[in-house]
Design a protein around this ligand. Structure first.
Ligand SMILES: [Fe+2]
Length: 366
């Protein structure tokens, strides 16, 4: 399975993961063979990429850290709150029980596999960005929280707050929120208000309210709304802040393309004790693969291969199935641990170069 931009899809490729629509519903299911019409529709709806099956990864299973049903249900619940026609506060309180149940399901599933490493970049249509983003931020923040040693009650509060961290955006002008360009200073001031709106909407929930208010604060005092520093911020809003920055960077938006996971993680790593407490950054890095399974990479030895998996705590050091030797010649595939062989990933192959390698290996498409 590999992630392919919609513009690179070819009829005949088979979907490896379901494509979820704006309401969290299954738009196209895994196993569907893509026709030209499907590919056009995916482009029209605004999906930047999809996951397709990949022969180079035969025998390798890529699992999401939570079940597909839980992810879908969570998206539906978050969407329900962010679009219900009643007043914002009533929306949250009415949906409280359903959302708390959702938060519990996510925490319970993640606690079952505390060594999970996130290997998937969530793909979403532009119109559904906020709902998918909220669920992904929740997953990333809770996984980091587990690694940081939080107990279940703390994780439940964290999960609920993470799911609703941007709830204040329902009171922000949608034209400004979705503006496909740089915001004016005045518009940015308006968007910043979502923190205070969120705090007020969630005031019955102490931790969730604090997360909504402080998730844009930064360790060095450069954040907003208050410019809090270091321990003044609290670890829950910071955990959500890291997850929020990472997920936003790795998502395609109407105004910029996604950054690759390893680039986003390098930025997060560089933000230790600058934007975020380094201990939280350290734990975040343990939970996310810099080179997700299916990425074609060149290793420092010159060998080229496909990433199979990543050991926890060695985010930047994947296990690779080598396909081409250092001279660029096809070899019988073999397993290479970059950690054990003192190697590192020197680069990720671009989409076009990856296609050349695939053709060479006679494994084009799926
Ligand atoms: Fe926010």
């Amino acid at each position: 399975m590999r992630k392919v931009p919609v513009s690179y899809l070819v009829p005949g490729m088979r979907l490896a993961r379901p494509v979820l629509g704006t309401k969290g519903e299954v738009y196209l299911n895994a196993g569907v063979t893509l026709s030209r019409r499907y590919i056009e529709r995916l482009g029209e709806i605004g999906f930047p990429a999809v996951y397709v099956e990949d022969n180079l990864l035969n025998g390798v299973e890529i699992r999401d850290v939570i079940s597909e049903k839980t992810r879908r249900d969570a998206i539906t619940q978050v969407r329900r709150i962010l679009t219900a026609p009643s007043s914002p506060k009533a929306r949250v309180l009415n949906a409280d029980l359903a959302l708390a149940t959702m938060a519990e399901s996510i925490v319970t599933e993640l606690l079952k596999n505390p060594l999970s490493v996130v290997n998937l970049v969530d793909i979403r249509a532009e119109g559904a960005y906020l709902y998918h983003h909220s669920v992904n931020v929740c997953i990333l923040a809770v996984l980091t929280g587990i690694n940081f040693g939080l107990h279940k009650e703390q994780l439940l509060d964290l999960a609920l707050g993470a799911l609703l961290h941007d709830v204040g955006k329902i009171k922000v002008n949608p034209d400004i929120l979705n503006k496909p360009g740089a915001l004016t200073a005045e518009e940015f001031e308006h968007v910043k208000q979502h923190c205070a709106y969120g705090r007020d909407i969630l005031k019955e929930h102490r931790v969730a309210s604090m997360i909504a208010y402080a998730h844009h604060e930064r360790y060095n005092g450069e954040g907003y709304p208050l410019g809090l520093k270091e321990r003044e911020i609290g670890f829950q809003p910071q955990l959500v802040g890291i997850a929020d920055v990472y997920d936003a960077l790795t998502s395609d938006r109407c105004y910029r393309k996604a950054v690759l996971p390893h680039e986003a993680l390098e930025m997060i790593a560089g933000a230790g004790n600058w934007w975020f407490d380094v201990k939280l950054v350290h734990n975040f890095l343990r939970c996310v693969a810099a080179y997700p399974t299916g990425t074609l990479v060149e290793v420092s030895s010159g060998e080229i291969g496909i990433v199979l998996d990543t050991p926890q705590s060695f985010t930047f050091f994947p296990n690779v199935r080598v396909l081409l030797n250092a001279n660029g010649e096809k070899v019988l595939p073999y397993h290479l641990s970059t950690v054990e062989n003192n190697l590192w990933v020197s680069r990720v192959l671009g989409e076009e170069e990856a296609e050349v390698v695939r053709k060479m290996l006679d494994h084009h498409g799926s």
